[in-house]
Write a protein that binds this ligand. Sequence first.
Ligand code: CMP
Length: 139
Amino acid sequence: ATERTLSIIKPDATRRNLTGKINAVFEDAGLRIVAQKRVQLTEAVAGAFYAVHKERPFYGDLVSFMISGPVVVQVLEGENAVLKHRDVMGATDPKKAAPGTVRAEFAESIEANSVHGSDSLESANNEIAFFFAQTEILP
Ligand code: CMP
């Protein structure tokens, strides 16, 4: 089925001018960028976005990293978009990511891993609504 997922190009990638290269990977996989904006997250916004990880030991560092520079938040649309996006991103830890995936090619570490993607259709709906109004999504 056609799905939408929430994608974030993280500060390590915007810093290294990789937005276009990462978008090309997504588009080549058949994902369409139907909404996109470059934003500077605040501590409050990044903390709220990652609230599910609040009790994890890496939470504080993750929030600090996510506000260390601009991010590009985007809505990707396509057939099986949630799983397709996760496939092209590769494993969270770049050392475990398959060759050719965004994280294998570009990520610096498990924290500075270049991209975020929703982990389920339910998360995708919540995460898209967190960042975008319906009027900003233009399929
Ligand atoms: P992301 O998909 O954005 O979701 C949570 C993020 O926490 C994850 O990608 C990583 O960048 C970051 N993170 C840092 N350390 C860890 C860890 N040990 N396990 C999982 N995620 C981690």
